[in-house]
Design a protein around this ligand. Structure first.
Ligand code: ATR
Length: 279
């Protein structure tokens, strides 16, 4: 019987995951389909029960359900528990287990731009859900330090307090971080600043960069934000948000069917969905 996989979120219409995963199922000749379901926050518990009753093999969870789904699962892995958010659920013989592949997806994708974060000084811009997943994941990789810059410094401070994996972290305002930019080996932009249609905006300047610095933006529309363009012009190795998106999907796929899929194929597919643009 065909196996069911899904993504639940609200809104869900623009998700690129169904086309990406259905292409993989066809390519690897797996008898399964992946469907998007729009689930209102009040219907989340019922939706999880429904997916359980239908025998879904697994599903992705996106905004606004990543935190609130946790009580409805049978088990949550250590990293997802620490992050406090789940984006991937695996049904293990009916037992629903929650994982977070957003942070690991970012880290795996980063390897082509920066081979290791061990011993590196890192700045994360933003303190929302995406920043949280990336911060907790990078913090486990023995970096020298990870600072967080955010519009509300308090929110950056509470994120740092929550993280069990790292001692050396400071919370800064965006203005403070602007003056410290030359200190960092890796800078990761996680806010929505610079996303289409507001492409003229950027959170801070990346002109006085350290030699050899890597700069990432998790935005993929546009493929090169003003922030990334400035970093590139100033000598940085840059990476946009495509890799994080593709690798979070690849790691979810691997958990569901035990095959690490062809990420180049996935990237091509996503770029096609975005309208054929390239970096
Ligand atoms: P996500 O889950 O996608 O990370 P989020 O939880 O809404 O989204 O977090 C958005 C992040 O972008 C936050 O760090 C937010 O800053 P605040 O914590 O101060 O709200 C940041 N952000 C969004 N719009 C911003 C703007 N115009 N200027 C500065 N920061 C902004």
């Amino acid at each position: 019987m065909k196996r069911l996989f899904a993504v639940i979120g609200d809104p869900i219409g623009h998700s690129m995951s169904p086309v990406m995963h259905n292409d993989l199922f066809a390519f690897y000749q797996i008898d399964a389909y992946y469907l998007p379901f729009q689930v209102k926050p009040d219907d989340l518990e019922a939706a999880v029960k429904g997916l359980r009753a239908l025998g879904a093999g697994g599903f992705n969870v996106t905004v606004p359900h990543k935190q609130r789904i946790i009580p409805y699962l049978d088990e949550v892995d250590e990293l997802a528990q620490a992050i406090g958010a789940v984006n991937t659920v695996v049904s293990d013989g009916g037992k629903l287990i929650g994982y977070n592949t957003d942070g690991p997806g970012f880290l795996t994708g980063l390897a082509s731009c920066l081979p290791t974060v061990k011993g590196k000084k890192i700045l994360i811009i933003g303190a929302g859900g995406a920043a949280r997943a990336i911060y907790f994941t990078l913090a486990k990789e023995q970096p020298l330090a990870i600072d967080i810059a955010n519009r509300s410094v308090d929110k950056a401070g509470s994120l740092i307090e929550d993280c069990p994996y790292i001692a050396d972290s400071n919370a800064y305002s965006l203005g403070e971080a602007d003056t410290l930019i030359h200190e960092y080996d890796l800078i990761v932009q996680t806010t929505s600043i610079g996303m289409a249609p507001k492409i003229a905006e950027q959170p801070l300047n990346v002109t006085a960069l350290k030699a050899g610095a890597a700069v990432c933006d998790i935005i993929y529309n546009p493929l090169e934000t003003k922030f990334l363009h400035q970093a590139k012009t100033n000598g940085a190795a840059i990476q946009n948000g495509i890799d994080m998106f593709v690798f979070q999907g690849a790691l979810a796929f691997e958990k569901w069917v035990n095959i690490m899929p062809d990420v180049d194929r996935m990237r091509e597919n996503v770029l096609k969905q975005l309208g054929g643009a390239s970096c």
